[in-house]
Design a protein around this ligand. Structure first.
Ligand SMILES: [Zn+2]
Length: 369
């Protein structure tokens, strides 16, 4: 995620801190600054912050480690003021797996709150001494309260909360995946409206309005993604690739590619040897960089990128699209028996989906008549 700094690497996953989080810490420090805290108070304040975000991080690693059990890797984790975001490489395909991955996050907070509560009961003078008000609660009591709030908030049955995924997974075991997502998304939107009504008009808490926005858009995004996924089912890379494109030989000059860039919209140029095999790739940005240091008649061979990926034309499109999350180029060369036959671009995939949607709509209409 842009605007974040790496702070740690845990279990092979990079952990980033978003700069808005640093901004929040600064604001809190400034707000507290008026009362001139003692060194001890400041230290406790910082320690509380650290504990709080350890809980958030532990929640995310609940998801990450459970996903790993189902063979799904994680790209990174970013800590934001509103919580953590773990970017999994994809969501597990089976509803049952997604159910456990979604539930694993809040389960970690249940364990933390439980352990702290037992600790307080044993060492802190028992149940009657507990204060359940965030304004007056002590250090450990505050952590228990906040973990409880995290559990309740994350288990709300609405996207993009964990509860939304749990609900969808439960519905999807009984019905079609798209239908299950649409029901869960619709419920999310009803909940967003409730947040606005309750939060703004009754509790007069603007934070709930913000949450409502997140839920409303999260629900729509999730529904669109599920529909997209179902429409890609069974389509091969060959059906979605473009077949009209420029390809260069290693001897071609940078000037020739620059002409192609000006004349058309192709963003990446495959470089092919005599037997049709791809041996390199050159993107427009790399071309611009190369032209700062080389002449127009420099051959492509000297500046082309040699680390690239290719796709087999018979591959299914949906898993192939996961490549775009890790790959810096817009266009991926498609090969058949080792020979270049096409290029896959996201734009073209979007066009293919639109064509299929239009045809499907017409067919559905025809059936009604
Ligand atoms: Zn979560």
């Amino acid at each position: 995620m842009p605007w974040s700094v790496k702070i740690a690497r845990i279990a092979g996953v990079n952990v980033y801190l978003h700069f808005t989080f640093l901004l929040l810490m600064l604001l809190v420090a400034l707000a507290e600054g008026g009362t001139a805290p003692t060194f001890f108070e400041a230290a406790v304040g910082i320690l509380f912050f650290v504990c709080l975000f350890t809980c958030v991080l532990a929640h995310e690693f609940g998801h990450i480690l459970m996903a790993r059990r189902f063979g799904v890797g994680t790209r990174d984790v970013t800590l934001l003021p509103i919580g953590g975001v773990a970017r999994l490489e994809k969501m597990p395909d089976r509803p049952r797996d997604e159910f456990w991955v979604a539930l694993a996050g809040p389960a970690v907070n249940v364990v933390i709150a439980g352990v702290l509560l037992v600790g307080v009961l044993i060492f802190g003078g028992g149940w009657s001494g507990l204060v359940w008000d965030l304004e007056e609660a002590g250090f450990v009591e505050s952590l228990i309260l906040i973990n409880t709030a995290m559990i309740l908030f994350n288990l709300l049955p609405a996207f993009p909360m964990d509860g939304g995924r749990v609900l969808r997974a439960m519905l999807a075991s009984r019905m079609d995946f798209v239908r299950a997502t649409q029901i869960a998304a619709r419920l999310g939107r009803v909940m967003a409206v409730l947040f606005v009504v309750v939060g703004v008009f009754w509790l007069k808490n603007p934070f709930l309005f913000f949450i409502a926005l997140v839920v409303w858009f999260g629900a729509g995004q999730e529904a669109n993604y599920a529909i997209l996924k179902s429409q890609l089912k069974g389509i091969t890379v060959k059906q979605a690739m473009i077949t009209e494109f420029h390809q260069a030989t290693p001897e071609d000059s940078l000037g020739k590619i620059a002409e192609w860039v000006l004349a058309g919209t192709q963003t990446d140029y495959p470089i092919v040897n005599d037997s049709g095999q791809v041996i390199g790739i050159l993107g427009t940005n790399e071309l611009f960089e190369a032209l700062k240091r080389h002449d127009l008649w420099t051959s492509v061979r000297d500046v082309m990128k040699r680390d690239f990926v290719t796709l087999e034309s018979s591959f299914l499109l949906e898993p192939a699209l996961n490549l775009y999350q890790r790959y810096p180029h817009n266009m991926i060369p498609v090969v058949e028996n080792g020979v270049l036959t096409g290029m896959l671009t996201m734009d073209n995939v979007a066009e293919l989906i639109k064509i299929r949607q239009a045809l499907n709509r017409r067919l559905a209409y025809a059936k009604l008549r």
